[in-house]
Design a protein around this ligand. Sequence first.
Ligand SMILES: [Zn+2]
Length: 112
Amino acid sequence: MKCPNCGQKAISFREWSKTLNAFNWCCRACRCNLEANWLVKWTAWTAWIACLILGLRPLYNGMAEDRKVEALEMVTGIAQGLGAGIVLGCIAWFFGGFKVILYDKNEEEQDH
Ligand SMILES: [Zn+2]
């Protein structure tokens, strides 16, 4: 993923996949502060919701039908959730990017 400020490679996939780095990062080349752009944030939220829904669906179905949820059913649901998370993660990595965090000093001064 490239840095929008200097155009150099800002982060490796290994570092980026540690989730939190994808949202707040300091460019290795120019040391400017970066945050995830809207696409990364959007896919992260979608992935989180999809994981939750797909992972909890077997439990919900079990409760609705008043029966015990089988282990295989649970594993399948969680696997689907993880699969959706991975797919959305790839979309975020290939199409998403960073934006520069600008610290506006004037804004702080106006408060006083
Ligand atoms: Zn940079």
